[in-house]
Design a protein around this ligand. Structure first.
Ligand code: C5P
Length: 403
């Protein structure tokens, strides 16, 4: 499915011989309903003239940041806001290094910092440069920030060598971009919980946990990219607010429960990524507890299981849970899937060296009735995109079966 409107693609052309293929790329993107504006690096203009890109894109091409005439039209900040995708093809080793370092020393790299559009790179370079640890480290940095990397392909290179580093063919790039722009969840209301909860002990203290909220926020953004109308109910986190339809801030499990139950009936998908405290202090003290006693015993009561309650609604939304386990991960997750009557569960291994809380990376095993998929260790941003796509697939099947 395409966007209802033309997908606005800002094409950044880097200085490599593959730049000549990007002329065809503009045509392929336009054939697929995209509106394309082109920005070239100075080096790129050594390979192809701006006039060529102007002719195929139908718009003036920009090459410098400090061009008063161009800035009088759509200035670079407007251009950054206009873009829904920033596609850089060819992405040279130098461009990737500048992007990874956050350097903004020309128009294209400045736009890359100033835009919130998703970044897609089609690298092209000599195979030794591609394999260089510096390039590979930059690649990982960019991927970790959520950039999508297309290619490079292997084969004969312009420099006469053979190996990885060829830019993908324009058709493949255009197809991949279009596929990433599909919005399978267009208009679907999604309710998502994220972050930790704080269970008050007295006015200044609480019982909390180590959830950073990163996975939930990344998933909220990934689902939004797929077109969903996301309402995010979040416990306290240190993260910048993600771009969602509605953001509801709560502290305790009871507050989270109330916020969710008030909205659950109307949602198509519910995702519980929050680390909800299982217990709360029986009765939080009204004033600060003094350190008079040698020993203090806390009385705790069970909190409602928000996810189980939502999944038990009739009709229930497509309900997705998370299971963080230190051992027997799959077995426990499968048990939870059945016990809480979930549509899907994402299990991850916590504790030890890899993955889980307070980390930028994670790996998940996703289970549903009759199937499973392992998502290997990757950045939470990337993992969120894969999981969101899987949720969309399963939701659509589930939806088709129930209507
Ligand atoms: O049973 P367990 O707490 O391990 O289940 C974890 C899943 O249930 C997560 O998706 C979490 O968001 C959700 N949950 C909840 N309310 C609770 C406890 C867990 O929604 N009180």
């Amino acid at each position: 499915m395409m966007h209802q409107h033309a997908l606005r693609v800002l094409l950044g052309v880097g200085g490599g011989i593959a730049a000549y293929k990007s002329v065809d790329l503009v045509r392929r993107l336009k054939e697929r309903g995209c509106e394309v504006r082109v920005v070239m690096t100075k080096a790129a203009t050594g390979f192809v003239t701006p006039l060529t890109f102007q002719a195929v894109s139908g718009h003036p091409v920009r090459t410098t940041l400090l061009d008063p005439a161009a800035e009088a039209g759509m200035d670079h900040i407007e251009l950054a806001r206009w873009a829904e995708r920033l596609l850089i093809a060819p992405a040279t080793a130098d461009l990737m290094a500048r992007l990874a370092a956050g350097i903004a020393d020309d128009l294209l790299t400045t736009l890359a910092l100033a835009t919130e559009a998703k970044l897609t790179l089609a690298p092209a370079m000599n195979q030794v440069m591609w394999r260089h640890p510096a390039t590979q480290a930059n690649l990982e940095t960019l991927r970790g920030r959520g950039a999508c990397i297309l290619g490079p392909g292997e084969g004969q290179q312009a420099c006469g060598e053979v190996g990885p580093g060829r830019m993908l063919e324009p058709l493949e790039i255009a197809e991949a971009l279009r596929a990433s722009a599909a919005r399978p969840l267009a208009g679907v209301p999604v309710l998502l919980t994220a972050g930790p909860t704080r269970e008050p002990l007295d006015p200044v203290r609480f019982l909390g946990n180590r959830s950073s909220g990163r996975m939930g926020y990344a998933l909220a953004e990934a689902l939004t990219e797929l077109g969903a109308e996301v309402a995010l109910v979040t416990g306290p986190t240190a993260l910048p607010p993600p771009g969602v339809s509605e953001l509801i801030r709560v502290e305790s499990a009871l507050e989270m429960h109330a916020a969710v139950m008030a909205r659950a009936a109307g949602c198509g998908i519910f995702v519980g990524t929050a680390a909800v405290a299982d217990y709360r202090p029986v009765a939080p003290a009204r004033s600060k507890i003094k350190k008079d006693a040698e020993e203090l015993t806390l009385g705790l009561v069970r909190n409602p299981d928000i996810l189980a309650e939502v999944a038990a609604l009739s009709p229930a939304p497509f309900s997705v849970g998370f299971a963080a386990e230190t051992d027997h991960v799959i077995e426990y997750a499968r048990g939870k899937l059945e016990k809480k009557r979930l549509s899907m569960i994402a299990a991850n291994h916590v504790g030890g060296e890899r993955g889980g809380f307070e980390r930028a990376e994670n790996a998940l095993t996703v289970l549903w009735d009759g199937g499973s998929r392992a998502l290997p260790m990757m950045s939470k941003a990337q993992l969120a995109r894969e999981l969101a796509a899987l949720i969309a697939d399963r939701y659509k099947e589930h939806h088709a079966a129930s209507t």
